[in-house]
Design a protein around this ligand. Structure first.
Ligand SMILES: Nc1ncnc2c1ncn2[C@@H]1O[C@H](COP(=O)(O)OP(=O)(O)OP(=O)(O)O)[C@@H](O)[C@H]1O
Length: 443
């Protein structure tokens, strides 16, 4: 029995770790722009008496012309919120250490890539900048950004320290930038000696929150950091900043400057919420058809509790002539990204998904969210946070959103009541047999 529950706990842990890295990768794959934010950055300087520099243009940074060209070729016109303060700190002389936290998509990767490329001396044919990422796939994504931004700077070369990249014993790397996962980077420095860690000038630890969720990565990262010279610039990035991440960050980055960008608050204020009473999933489907018959819905996201329901519903909707995209648990991250991309491009108008699949992804233009099943946690209690996250995405940046909840039992009615109570916001009843009533909600 004991070993059984231990195995179960381990499986849960693996799923959770995979989930974090997978979510992060998914966001990178589907993101083509900066995330819109109106929040201010919070800056804590190591030396509070020194003036705080922030830049409004890339020119002000006095970048090498090849790099400025690379930045513009990527379509960046001006630094993002986090880049405005992070870049001057990272490019300062003498180099400054930095811990930066901001949600995914706010320009962290682009910032540290620019810092690494700026600090490289292309004449020196040995590793000078090192970046560790939690997974092979995430390392590849960062590598791609380095390649894009360094497109006009071909003297600077990049090597991937990832499992599977086997080099001959005795190799001395000539590439100036190393990007990899902690285990392989550690081996390349310590056991195989492909890299001389004492020559590293910039050390980046990316996705610290994902990193510490993986067994062993924390220790390996600290061991790498211990081999670097005192003068090496240490930079750490994270999307979230709970205590565990903070404690780890302090061990990796001595005397840090700290930059934080608050997450955009999700709110239910601009969203009209309704519920519909049904008796079965077939009735819920009929109610959905009635809604579609009465109002024009540009794009909708429909959330189901299980993969099975999501698959069934997607099939029924397709038969009704809707163009449906289905996000399903068994899909690879790349497949999920492709589905989301098609939906974002408007190729499909309805996205049916389970909550697990959709966690953490942003599709901003959705105007209608339908909870085909209400979100509950594993103990059967209302999952308020998920509710807010699902619904909160519809009414962003001043747009008005519409949320419709399907109730099919006393149990789900109770969940709905508790959600209502939690947010202290009324969810109105909607009769989907009454076309006039449905039409009204669209106004
Ligand atoms: N200054 C900028 N102007 C315009 N676009 C930018 C700028 N900086 C970054 N981007 C783009 O915005 C998107 C998000 O940037 P980036 O990947 O650097 O963010 P991030 O905070 O590292 O997020 P993640 O951790 O999810 O990768 C990318 O498509 C990137 O090319």
């Amino acid at each position: 029995m004991a070993s059984d529950s231990w195995a179960q706990a381990l499986t849960r842990l693996c799923v959770c770790v995979y989930d974090k890295a997978a979510q992060s990768l998914l966001n990178k794959l589907i993101r083509s722009n900066l995330v819109n934010t109106t929040n201010q950055v919070e800056v804590l300087q190591r030396d509070p008496t020194s003036p705080l520099y922030s830049v409004k243009s890339f020119e002000e940074l006095r970048l090498k012309p090849q790099l400025l060209q690379g930045v513009y070729a990527m379509g960046f016109n001006r630094p993002s919120k986090i880049q405005e303060t992070a870049l001057p700190m990272m490019l300062a002389e003498p180099p400054q250490n930095l811990i930066a936290q901001s949600q995914s998509g706010t320009g962290k990767t682009a910032a540290f890539v620019l810092a690494m490329l700026s600090h490289v001396d292309p004449e020196n044919k040995w590793p000078q900048c090192m970046c560790v990422s939690p997974t092979y796939e995430l390392a590849l994504q960062t590598g791609k950004v380095i390649e894009q931004m360094g497109k006009f700077y071909p003297e600077v070369q990049l090597v991937y320290a990832i499992r599977g990249n086997k080099l001959e014993r005795g190799t001395k790397l000539q590439e100036q930038i190393v990007i990899g996962t902690p285990g392989t980077v550690l081996d390349w420095c310590q056991k195989l000696k492909f890299i001389d860690p004492r020559k590293i000038k910039v050390f980046v630890l990316d996705e610290a929150d994902v990193m510490i969720a993986t067994q062993g990565h924390q220790d390996q990262s600290i061991r790498i950091q211990r081999m670097l010279p005192k003068t090496c610039q240490m930079l750490l990035f994270s999307a979230t900043f709970e205590d565990t991440v903070w404690n780890f960050a302090k061990r990796i980055v001595p005397d840090p400057n700290i930059i934080k960008l608050k997450r955009e608050e999700e709110t239910l204020d601009t969203i009209k919420q309704y519920y519909v009473i049904c008796n079965s999933k077939e009735e819920k489907f009929q109610a959905l058809c009635n809604i579609y018959g009465a109002i024009t819905i540009a794009q909708a996201m429909i959330f189901c509790h299980t993969r099975k329901t999501a698959g069934w519903l997607a099939g029924e909707l397709s038969r009704e002539g809707h163009q449906v995209a289905l996000l399903s648990g068994e899909m690879q991250v790349e497949q999920r990204a492709a589905v989301i991309e098609r939906f974002r491009d408007g190729k499909e108008k309805v996205l049916v998904t389970t909550n697990v699949c959709a966690r953490g992804i942003d599709v901003e233009q959705v105007s209608v969210v339908i909870n085909f099943d209400l979100p509950v946690d594993k103990d059967g209690n209302p999952d308020n946070e998920t509710y807010l996250h699902r619904i909160g995405r519809t009414g962003r940046f001043g747009k008005r959103g519409l949320a419709i909840n399907m109730v099919d039992s006393r149990f789900s009615m109770n969940i709905l009541d508790r959600i209502q109570e939690h947010f202290n916001k009324k969810i109105e009843k909607l009769d989907t047999d009454d076309l006039d009533e449905i039409e009204k909600i669209a106004n």
